[in-house]
Design a protein around this ligand. Structure first.
Ligand code: 5RP
Length: 220
């Protein structure tokens, strides 16, 4: 699938205006996008990044990283996704960067999502839905999610079986076994639970354009 990711990322470059400051997401598809940004002849002015990982890659490509508070609204945000439905609603957060991704998507006039074909689904939820949670609320939020959805929240662990910490110092619960028939309602219900920082459902602010990598790429 890495070839499809690369093709989607390179197609997205066509939407980038030289001299602009754009939002840049996180993940392996976005890594191809950052590499392509670095090769642009007419370069961008800089980027607002959704993770420390992407900031590092952007700087290595010679692209200046800006704080969102310093830039104001952005014209474009490019990011990957873990799942995408036909209405361009997404599950994101497989890379634990969902909160900053939500903030940048909200701040951007246009959100382009770049995916390989395996990310397309009719109903969101096969990919476990990530929720970023304040550490002291982990058990509370897990119990409330279980009661609300009847699906199982699992505390995300790293390879050494230590709880993953986000760039914001919070933990991730992944909700397994969902079939999300009303993404907007679920996004809003999970957001109401005290201790939830963000849920990786992008329904209220869905993508504007989805590029599915292939020869040729498909545009939704
Ligand atoms: C990070 C994300 C990524 O966009 C998502 O996990 C897709 O990653 P990849 O491009 O590596 O398949 O939401 O939090």
């Amino acid at each position: 699938m890495s070839e499809a990711k690369r093709l989607a990322a390179e197609k997205a470059i066509e939407y980038v205006e030289p001299g602009s400051i754009i939002g840049v997401g996180t993940g392996s598809t976005v890594a191809y996008f950052i590499d392509a940004l670095g090769r642009m002849e007419d370069r961008i002015k800089g980027a607002v990044s959704s993770s420390d990982q992407s900031s590092e890659r952007l700087r290595a490509a010679g692209i200046e990283v800006y704080e969102l508070n310093a830039t104001g609204p952005l014209s474009l945000y490019v990011d990957g996704a873990d799942e995408c439905d036909p209405h361009k609603r997404l599950i994101k957060g497989g890379g634990a960067a969902l909160t900053r991704e939500k903030i940048i998507a909200e701040a951007s006039a246009r959100f382009i999502c770049i995916v390989d074909p395996s990310k397309q689904v009719d109903v969101l939820g096969k990919f476990p839905l990530p929720v970023e949670v304040i550490p002291m609320a982990r058990s509370l939020v897990a119990r409330e999610i279980l009661a609300m959805t009847r699906a199982q929240p699992v505390w995300r662990q790293d390879a050494n079986e230590r709880g993953v910490l986000t760039d914001n110092g919070n933990v991730i619960l992944d909700i397994h076994g969902l079939a999300i028939t009303d993404p907007l309602a679920m996004e809003s219900a999970i957001n109401q639970i005290p201790g939830v920082v963000a849920v990786g459902l992008f329904a209220r602010r869905a993508a504007d354009i989805v590029i599915i990598g292939g020869e040729p790429p498909k545009i939704l």
